[in-house]
Every structure is written in structure tokens, then in C-alpha cells.
Design a protein around this ligand. Sequence first.
Ligand code: MG
Length: 162
Amino acid sequence: MSAARVGIGRDLHRLKRGRRFLMAGIALPARRGQLGHSDGDALAHAVCDALLGAAALGDIGAFFPPSDPRWKDADSMELLRMAFARVKEAGWRLVNLDCTVSCEEPKILPFRDAIRESLALALETGPENIFVKGKTGEGLGDIGRGRAVEALAVCLLEKREK
Ligand code: MG
């Protein structure tokens, strides 16, 4: 019998005019984009935490501390690939990943397949093992006012047979 573990990740980023809106490395058309020490790709960060958490290896803050100038304006998909490399080294492979992104704009649906492909490429699996859903904030709170984007991710890892 092989071991399996679930992991959860969440991230929230402020949105500001003049910044790119990135979702798993895909730049989406929006009036505002994420503020962050890195490129602010909230979905990539949430997925990192889900993977690292499932493998009990740490979290994104420990792996890539914002106090470290190396990660200033970092490509978060590169951080995700680095985190996944550690997860693989520990003997895990990804079974599936399910994500929800909450923001007022842009609409995620037209870009869903591109986002799934991007995550699938980074996580060395097929897009059929990855899903991404878009929600709005219903006009409520900072997400509803277009001031923030939130990403949630849940993953299942399986121990590779030796
Ligand atoms: Mg973040």
C-alpha cells in the first residue's frame, strides 16, 4: 500500500495599478496586479504551500523568505518548480491539485485551461489532474472591492513505489 497525503495552501495579495496580474505565470488582462516582494503570483504561492505542507517540508515563507533579496521580483513559477523539486526528492508525486481563485477581475474562466496547462507543466503531470475555479467577492470586503486576490489550493501527494 502506498502512502498518500493531502496539503492545503492559501495566499492573499493586494492589487495595485501598474502591476501585472499573474495567475500561475500567465499574465491576465486586468486594471490592477499583485503587489508583493516576489511577482505576487498568489496561485503559485498557494500551490507551493499545499505541496510543501502535504510533504511536511515547510512553507513558502521558510523556503523563500521575503527578507532575502534573492526573491525580490522572483518568478513565482520558478519558486514553485524549486519547491516541487524538493517534494519529488522526498519521494512524492502529485496525484491531483484543486484550486479556487477569488477576485473581482479578471474573469478566470476564459484563462482556466491556460492556467491548468501552466501548473501541469511545472508539476510534471497532465492538466486533467489539475483544476482551477474562479469566484468573485460579491462586492464584499477587499476582494469584492478589487483590492485583493485570494488563492486556495488543495493537493494530494502519493509516495512513489521504491
Ligand atoms: Mg504570496
